[in-house]
Design a protein around this ligand. Structure first.
Ligand SMILES: *[C@@H]1O[C@H](CO)[C@@H](O)[C@H](O)[C@H]1NC(C)=O
Ligand SMILES: *[C@@H]1O[C@H](CO)[C@@H](O)[C@H](O)[C@H]1NC(C)=O
Ligand SMILES: *[C@@H]1O[C@H](CO)[C@@H](O)[C@H](O)[C@H]1NC(C)=O
Length: 451
């Protein structure tokens, strides 16, 4: 089996990612925009950084503290052209805020647009890439989110978009400071095809909207593959759909960004936020919190601190989950099966129900292991439920062995996420060394499991 897997891996084209050593797993952190919008100042940033620490979020990997739009003064420095912060919001200057964030052991990021103005109407970085990158580096910036508003029409082909975004990539590199480069051109011109070697991540769609599935004409495309207006107000489960064909383009150092998280902002139920957090993790999207981390409900904390789900996102096998199938439900919506391969002979699969009704779904391991082959999928696996706690309070309660087809119940708008490992430690060794694991599980356990 090991040999077979290697053969599969080597058939995938080798991609050279942006060579800044960053985002080997998708970046994690917190950003001002989804909760605070333009209503930010230096206290917002520093208090949120402290809250990441006091809530133990830094220990789980949330390390970047990101200032989004509206930190800028009305104009650049008239003499040098350098970017200047709004002194009424940042009286001590951006550098002092970055220093404080660093002194807490966290990293600091900032925002601009590859246009003449940002989306919030502040000065943008188009044609000012070099001086902006240099200034950010001198402030101690570790991360740049680079938006797409007011781009003066410099888009429309992958090459034109590439040149505009590569310019900043080169400028960041020339500073000599490793700065994570988070492209935000909303999937325009297909960044998954042209940005793999120039950015650590790229947004795949218009902005997320804190709602499960409401269609909104401001997010008009049904797929991002040929979308001419990415827009905004894209409901969460629509972005999951957008991401499904794009997983193949992401990997270590270059990720699909499904947009910042809305968990805790109030527009979705617990089950819907579980779906949001689970699917962002499985798609290997950056996990950037977008709520007020200084004021969180226990429910919000439960979701964003699920370390079993975060471990899937951080797994060093860099391939995002694949959507194995999507089946329509007569009342509307669909059931989806997603599957992802982790290191060390572990797999995770998710069953997502976007329909308005609770469902019980038959899941076949042959589908879960569609890429591993039928001999593999007919083995016996031990399952744990990554949204159930075990008796010691850890996420990932064991729910028994499975073989063949079994039934999973999944509530409306919820997602069940299971980890599967080959059953028993001795058979697990056999999986690692034997070509045809089926030979070792001739009959197996045929009982149906209701999960
Ligand atoms: C700049 O790019 C070169 C060539 O890819 C790479 O070796 C170097 O590490 C990069 N430096 C930074 C600071 O990103
Ligand atoms: C980036 O744009 C600036 C300003 O238009 C230009 O001077 C510079 O040559 C460009 N750099 C790259 C790498 O394209
Ligand atoms: C789904 O089941 C849950 C209990 O598990 C129940 O609270 C909920 O009302 C049900 N939802 C629907 C839409 O039937």
């Amino acid at each position: 089996m090991a040999r077979k897997l290697l053969a599969l891996v080597s058939a995938v084209p080798v991609v050279v990612a942006l060579n800044n050593g960053l985002a080997l797993t998708p970046q994690m952190g917190w950003n001002t925009w989804n909760h605070f919008g333009c209503g930010i100042n230096q206290d917002t940033i520093v208090n949120s950084a402290k809250a990441l620490i006091s809530n133990g979020l830094d220990k789980l990997g949330y390390e970047y503290v990101l200032v989004d739009d509206c930190w800028q003064a009305d104009a650049r420095d008239p003499d040098t052209g350098a970017p200047v912060e709004d002194k009424s919001k940042f009286p001590d200057g951006i550098k002092a805020v970055a220093d404080q964030v660093h002194s807490l052991g966290l990293k600091f990021g900032i925002y601009s647009s590859a246009g003449t103005y940002t989306c919030g109407g502040k000065f943008g970085s188009l044609d000012y890439e070099e001086i902006d990158a240099k200034t950010y580096a001198s402030w101690g910036v570790d991360y740049l989110k680079y938006d797409n508003c007011n781009n003066e029409g410099r888009a429309g082909t992958p090459q034109i978009s590439y040149e505009r975004y590569n310019n900043m990539s080169q400028a960041l590199n020339a500073t000599g400071r490793p700065i994570l480069y988070s492209m935000c051109n909303w999937g325009e011109d297909g960044p998954w095809n042209f940005a793999v070697n120039i950015a650590n991540s790229w947004r795949i769609s218009g902005d997320i909207y804190d709602n499960f599935d409401r269609y909104d004409d401001r997010c008009p495309c049904t797929s991002m593959l040929d979308c001419k207006l990415a827009g905004f107000h894209c409901a969460m489960s629509r972005i999951i759909d957008f991401s499904a064909p794009l997983g193949q383009k992401a990997g270590k150092g270059h990720w699909n960004d499904l947009d910042m998280l809305e968990v805790g902002n109030g527009g979705m139920t617990y089950d819907e936020y579980v779906t949001h957090f689970s699917m962002w993790a499985l798609a290997k999207s950056p996990l950037i919190l977008g709520n007020d981390v200084t004021d969180m409900s226990d429910e919000t904390k439960q979701i964003i601190t699920n370390d079993a789900i975060i471990a899937v996102n951080k797994d060093t096998n860099g391939s995002p989950a694949i959507r194995v199938w999507k089946k329509p439900v007569s009342q509307g919506g669909d059931i989806q099966l997603w599957s992802i391969t982790l290191v060390n002979y572990q797999w995770v699969f998710a069953v997502l129900n976007t329909s308005p009704v609770n469902q019980t779904v038959d899941i076949s391991l042959l589908d879960v292991f569609i890429d591993q082959g039928s001999s593999f999928g007919s083995g016996t696996f031990t399952l744990s439920d990554l949204w159930q706690k075990d008796s010691s309070g850890n996420w990932g309660a064991s729910v028994g062995n499975a073989q063949g087809t079994f039934t999973v119940s999944v509530n409306s708008h919820a997602t069940r996420v299971f980890k599967a490992v080959p059953a028993s430690s001795s058979s697990r060794r056999e999986f690692e060394t034997v070509d045809d694991p089926h030979a070792y599980y001739p009959g197996g356990d045929s009982r149906e499991l209701l999960l």
